[in-house]
Design a protein. Structure first.
Length: 180
C-alpha cells in the first residue's frame, strides 16, 4: 500500500463517527435502526466499490460506497480511467452485480470536519443509465497515477431524470466554485 493511499485512508477514518451519525439519522427516517458499521474488506473495496458494511436491527445487511473530499467545490466526481488500466470506481459501480445500494458523498469544511453531504441512490443511477451520461471530465494525478474523473453537478443529479438520484442532501456552504 503506498503512503499517499495510507494517509488518505487514515484521514478518512478520522471522520467515521460523523459518517455513522449521518447514516443513523438517515436510516431512522426510513424506520431502520443501524446497529453496526464496519469497514469493508480489501476485496469488497477493490472489487465491488464497497467502503462500509451496515448491519440493521432487522437483520438486513447493506453495502455502501463512501467518499470524503477536501474541497469547496460541491460536485459528485467518479474516477473513470487510470493510466494503469485497472478497473475504476465507475467500472465497479456500473456492474449490475455491484452490491452497493447507496453512495454517501461528503465534503469537509475549513476545520476539516464533515460539513455537507449527499446520499445518492446507486440503483436508481444504474437503472437510469446515469453512469453513461456525458459530462465534464477532469484530469488529475492522484497517488502518482494519471486519472480521469467524470464530474457531475448536484443539480444534474436532482433534475436530469424523472426522479432525483439524491435521497438526502445537506449542503450548507454556498460554494465559491460550482459546475452547472
Amino acid at each position: 500500500m503506498n503512503t499517499d493511499f495510507q494517509q488518505k485512508f487514515k484521514w478518512s477514518n478520522e471522520h467515521m463517527e460523523k459518517v455513522q451519525e449521518i447514516l443513523e439519522n438517515f436510516f431512522i427516517k426510513k424506520n431502520e435502526i443501524l446497529v453496526k458499521m464496519e469497514q469493508a474488506t480489501f476485496k469488497q473495496d477493490t472489487e465491488q466499490c464497497t467502503d462500509l458494511v451496515l448491519y440493521f436491527a432487522s437483520n438486513k445487511i447493506m453495502q455502501i460506497a463512501l467518499r470524503i473530499r477536501k474541497t469547496e467545490l460541491r460536485d459528485f466526481t467518479l474516477r473513470t480511467s487510470m493510466a494503469t488500466g485497472k478497473a475504476t470506481e465507475i467500472d465497479k459501480i456500473r456492474k449490475n452485480d455491484c452490491p452497493c445500494r447507496l453512495y454517501l458523498y461528503c465534503w469537509t469544511d475549513a476545520q476539516d470536519e464533515i460539513e455537507d453531504y449527499i446520499i445518492v441512490d446507486l440503483k436508481k443511477c444504474r437503472d437510469n443509465g446515469f453512469f453513461y451520461a456525458q459530462t465534464m471530465q477532469i484530469k488529475n494525478k492522484e497517488q502518482g497515477v494519471d486519472s480521469i474523473f467524470n464530474c457531475y453537478s448536484i443539480n444534474f443529479l436532482e433534475t436530469a431524470y424523472d426522479e432525483s438520484l439524491i435521497l438526502e442532501k445537506h449542503i450548507t456552504l454556498k460554494p465559491k466554485r460550482q459546475i452547472d
